[in-house]
Design a protein. Structure first.
Length: 365
């Protein structure tokens, strides 16, 4: 089979969705997919069987949600684009504003329910790049800037303060959120707890999250929304690549027909080391290689891995857990081919969803 391609496994995705549905059933929270992390048209029907809708960041995501998914559409933009707004408003059940200036500007044009994003100013996010509550954050209204006298039409509050975090981190955020906005919450119809909850990761305390949501709903009589992206696509599939050449410069370096920079961007941005199927850490197994991308960027390197058997030209290399925040972020940098999108169905069939070639590069340059 031609590589590179991402292969999303229906069975693995369904497992995540079943857990999220259980969370929803037992806590009463409505769960939305954050398209930012996982937008995969070929599996939208499956997602819609389990979740209540999508959370979007602007017109394009809202249109995509409408075209492929069922259920509610919630749209938050750091700042809305004037010419997009009426179409967004037509598509969206909820619109969340990031400032009072935006609320004032658009309030009269909102057809659905209006919310404000607040910044609880508490977060233990692991890296600044992914910390919505860091110093000088532009995301969310701080308590200091919150104008409680200007809430006409506002029905909900939204915060998004976490990144790959457990329920204890949410508990800390909730304490600050309630301390700052407790009076306002009581007047709301709904509160949105944002994303960044690592719900489907092994060891996440789902029971505690259920209890937190139930207690919160009981205390304030509000609907609660949770909008995970990563937790939906977590460990739901792989990136398949092929060794094109092997060079030696102090160590063996295998060049792949893929790219860390273009196809697995968070491995460089976060950064983290992707797992490779049947491989270990450098020198753990007999044959060690640096796996590297086929762009001319010097740092386009996946990392050092060891294998039981030597690699050769044509060897297949499979990177684990490469579905969330890859497809939505990848690029045609350096003219490299975008990986195709495929699904492994539960019956074993492999389905091609999108095939990419020169046209993608040409269209964008
Ligand atoms: C990114 C984002 C999410 C999803 O975050 P995950 O870490 O993928 O769960 C949800 N809501 C908002 C507002 C976001 O910006």
């Amino acid at each position: 089979m031609n590589t590179p391609y991402y292969l999303c496994e229906e069975k693995l995705l369904r497992k995540n969705l079943e857990l999220l549905k259980k969370l929803s059933d037992e806590s009463g929270a409505k769960i939305l997919l954050a398209l930012k992390g996982f937008a995969f048209s070929g599996l939208a029907d499956l997602v819609s069987e389990y979740l209540s809708g999508c959370t979007c960041s602007g017109l394009h995501e809202a249109k995509f949600a409408k075209e492929y998914f069922k259920g509610e559409i919630h749209t938050f933009s750091p700042a809305f684009i004037q010419s997009d707004f009426d179409e967004i408003s037509d598509l969206s059940n909820h619109i969340v504003f990031n400032s009072f200036a935006q609320l004032n500007k658009y309030r009269a044009r909102v057809k659905g329910s209006i919310g404000l994003r607040v910044n609880p100013e508490v977060s233990s996010s692991p890296v600044d790049l992914y910390n919505p509550c860091g110093e000088y954050s532009r995301l969310g209204i701080t308590c200091k800037n919150f104008d409680a006298a200007n809430l006409k039409g506002v029905e909900g509050l939204h915060f998004h303060a976490l990144c790959e975090q457990d329920v204890d981190a949410l508990e800390e955020v909730l304490k600050s959120f309630e301390a700052k906005w407790g009076d306002i919450i009581s007047t709301c119809k709904w509160v949105n707890f944002g994303g960044g909850h690592h719900i489907t990761k092994k060891g996440y305390d789902v029971k505690k999250l259920i209890k937190l949501v139930r207690d919160f709903k009981a205390k304030y009589s509000v609907d609660v929304y949770i909008e995970p992206g990563e937790a939906v696509g977590w460990q739901s599939g792989t990136l398949h690549t092929t060794v094109l050449d092997i060079v030696d410069n102090g160590m063996k370096i295998a060049l792949l027909d893929s790219s860390a920079e273009a196809h697995m961007p968070d491995t460089l941005a976060m950064p983290y080391r992707a797992e490779v199927r049947n491989a270990g850490l450098a020198n753990e197994k007999k044959y060690t290689y640096r796996l590297a991308g086929n762009t001319c960027l010097a740092g386009d390197i996946m990392g050092d891995y060891s294998f039981d058997e030597p690699l050769h030209v044509g060897s297949k290399i499979i990177f684990e857990d490469q579905i969330h925040y890859t497809i939505v972020k990848n690029t045609t940098f350096n003219g490299i081919k975008l990986p195709d999108l495929k699904i492994l169905r539960e019956n074993g069939d492999i389905e091609m969803v999108r095939e990419f070639g020169y046209e993608e590069y040409r269209r964008r340059n």
